[in-house]
Design a protein around this ligand. Sequence first.
Ligand SMILES: NC(=O)C1=CN([C@@H]2O[C@H](COP(=O)(O)OP(=O)(O)OC[C@H]3O[C@@H](n4cnc5c(N)ncnc54)[C@H](O)[C@@H]3O)[C@@H](O)[C@H]2O)C=CC1
Ligand SMILES: O=C(O)C(=O)C[C@H](O)C(=O)CO
Length: 277
Amino acid sequence: MNDDLFSLAGRVAVVSGAAQGLGQATALALAQHGADLVLLDRNLAGAEATGERIRAIGRRTLVAGTDVSDPLAIAELFRQVDTAFGRIDFLGNIAGDGHLSKPEDLTIADLHRVLQNLVVGRFAMCQEAGKRMLAQGRGSIMNIGSLASSTALGRGHIAYSMAMGAVLQMTRELSTEWSYRGVRVNCVTPAQVVNPSLEARMATDPTLEGRFLKGIPAGRLGQPKDIMGLAVFLASDSSEWITGAIIPMDGGNMAMNAGGTPGHEQRTVQSFRAESK
Ligand SMILES: NC(=O)C1=CN([C@@H]2O[C@H](COP(=O)(O)OP(=O)(O)OC[C@H]3O[C@@H](n4cnc5c(N)ncnc54)[C@H](O)[C@@H]3O)[C@@H](O)[C@H]2O)C=CC1
Ligand SMILES: O=C(O)C(=O)C[C@H](O)C(=O)CO
């Protein structure tokens, strides 16, 4: 155990989705605590910009425009990591985006695309990183799931929820298979965190933020910075006995058992009965 509870000096972390949002915040936090970084994002220019900030504080980087829905590209990336760093201590498995469609309108092609991106992509990343971590006898993986991993959101989240539910079970299975060999696997499940697509949806529907906030006792939406300390903790030796955990990062959403935010104003049972007469 390191003297500094949260030191990542000498560690190598791979972070997907590193161009912006939760991935970028994770990468910056890990670098601030001493880790060298492998940064990947299909937005290569964005990942490069994150890399510049990380090199400015003296850490080494490998930056790639890898699309995580392409398992061959992932395998190639990890070969490059072997050459550049020769080890992997932490995986922040974060890249991904949403997809909205009513269940009755969801095309099978879109369903495949969402599952390929969020489920196959997250798994291929875990598998490549995990094989190396198992060989080292240590490592930590942080999968990003969602409040949609364990509760229905409605409002067109069918494909996304199916995928994020799978990410949660993937985490539990991998933790069960790998933890006794030194590889920990956890799942962070955020509620609504501000990002460009969420902001665009809130701009289109001015009632949306208020409805989100009804499900968030902490009284505000999440910000990318909210993941920084948690990511450092999960990457550090301080979380040595934390594995298979589902960690809500949600301003209290799961605790109040509100589930997702309904697509309509809440109605009391009384008013619902009156309407149904
Ligand atoms: N923002 C939110 O409210 C929540 C987000 N999440 C999940 O957290 C993850 C990160 O979310 P944010 O940082 O807010 O999103 P974001 O949209 O700000 O950033 C996502 C990043 O991932 C990259 N990316 C997307 N698909 C990719 C692919 N196939 N290959 C490589 N890069 C890809 C994008 O280029 C972008 O840089 C996503 O998987 C999202 O589904 C989960 C719960 C809540
Ligand atoms: O509730 C919504 O609408 C969301 O978009 C939820 C979050 O943004 C999300 O991505 C859940 O994972």
